[in-house]
Structures are given as structure tokens and as C-alpha cells.
Design a protein around this ligand. Structure first.
Ligand code: MG
Ligand code: ZN
Length: 216
């Protein structure tokens, strides 16, 4: 019985995700689901991207957190529209939460929406939110074995963003190893190496995201 209930729940999620996807497509909004552990540097990456986009895009963010609004406050300071979802203990976002947040955004005023998921390398992978792209953020201080240990999240991702590359000389993290593991799971996936605080690698990501937005 429990297994059936879980399956039903996932099916309901998929229906809502399809509605979100259609709504975003109709409004011409490209949407990126950003996954990664707590502390991987998801919000810092978004801050660096927004600084680099300049006037070329009209971004917005849906922030998913168990509690609080610290990341949303950081995004708000940049003048980027942001909606905070507090999951109240739930360790991932689902399509219903995102549907509610979409109602609080003016989709006509934006063209590139980032959903920063709850920091979690496990069950966030199982919930389609209606995004167009999924990226997984992994920092050099987390270890280069994560794609092997948490394959589901890497398998469904369009890009791997290795963050905190400015610390590479201070860790034994091997970016080539994790990139090879990622490519086995996602042969068409892109790999970006960035140092969000130094700006290294950010221009390549900006070009990639702007091209995807143009295809919308
Ligand atoms: Mg964050
Ligand atoms: Zn969860």
C-alpha cells in the first residue's frame, strides 16, 4: 500500500510539473533547476551569474529552503525578483510548491528563472519541477567521488558546475575524475569549472545560459 501511495504522489507531481512547464513555455521563460548539497555554493553562483548577465536577461529566482529567507535576501539585494518557499522540514521541492511560487511571479517581466532547490544530493533528483534544464553544483571541498556515490542526481542533469575552483590547490579534489564520472552518467552534459568569488569560468556559463534562453 505504501509503495502505491508513493507512486501516486510522484504521478501527481509529474502532472503538476507538466503544467508548470507549459506555463513557463507559454510565457517564454527558460527555467533551470539548481541542485547541490548545502554549502556547495548555489546562491553564490547565482549572484556571480547575475552580476555577469548585465542587461542581457531578465532573471528571477525561486528559493527553496527548509526555513528562513537568507538566500532570498541575498538575491533581493541584487534587484532580482525572488520568491521564497519554506518547505517546513521537507528536504526537496516538488512541482506543487513551484506552481504556487509561479503565481507570485510576473512571468511576462522575466525570461530566465532559476529554482534553487533545497540543499540535498539525494531526493531532489526524484522530483520534476517543470524545469527546462537541471544543473548540479558540486564544490571542490565536497570530494570528487560524489558522482559515483549519488548517481541519480548527476544522471538527470544537463550540466555539472564545479564550484570553489579557486581552492583547487588546497584540496585533493580531481576535477577530471568527477567530470569523467559525470560524463558516464550524462554523456551530453556540459561541465563548467568556476570560481564564483574570482569570476573564473562564469563567462562560459553565461553564454551557455543565454543561448538556452534564446532557444526558448
Ligand atoms: Mg543557497
Ligand atoms: Zn526530500
Amino acid at each position: 500500500m505504501r509503495i502505491v501511495a508513493a507512486k501516486k504522489l510522484l504521478k501527481a507531481n509529474d502532472l503538476l510539473a507538466a503544467e508548470n512547464r507549459a506555463k513557463l513555455a507559454a510565457a517564454g521563460v527558460a527555467c533551470v533547476n539548481v541542485l547541490g548539497s548545502p554549502g556547495a555554493g548555489k546562491t553564490t553562483l547565482l549572484e556571480a551569474l547575475f552580476a555577469a548577465f548585465g542587461p542581457r536577461t531578465r532573471p528571477a529566482v525561486i528559493e527553496g529552503d527548509i526555513a528562513g529567507a537568507l538566500d532570498a535576501e541575498r538575491i533581493e539585494r541584487l534587484g532580482v525578483p525572488v520568491v521564497q518557499i519554506n518547505t517546513d522540514g521537507a528536504c526537496h521541492l516538488d512541482a506543487g510548491m513551484v506552481a504556487a511560487a509561479l503565481g507570485d511571479l510576473d512571468l511576462q517581466a522575466i525570461d530566465l528563472l532559476f529554482i534553487e532547490n533545497v540543499g540535498n544530493l539525494v531526493c531532489t533528483a526524484g522530483f520534476d519541477l517543470g524545469e527546462q534544464l537541471r544543473i548540479v553544483v558540486l564544490s571542490t571541498v565536497e570530494g570528487d567521488d560524489k558522482a559515483v556515490k549519488y548517481p541519480a542526481i548527476f544522471q538527470g542533469s544537463d550540466a555539472l558546475v564545479i564550484t570553489k575552483c579557486d581552492l583547487l590547490g588546497h584540496t585533493n579534489f580531481d576535477p577530471a575524475r568527477v567530470a569523467a564520472d559525470f560524463r558516464r552518467l550524462a554523456p551530453d552534459g556540459r561541465v563548467f569549472q568556476v570560481g564564483a568569488t574570482t569570476g573564473d569560468g562564469i563567462p562560459a556559463m553565461v553564454e551557455w545560459l543565454l543561448a538556452i534562453r534564446e532557444d526558448r
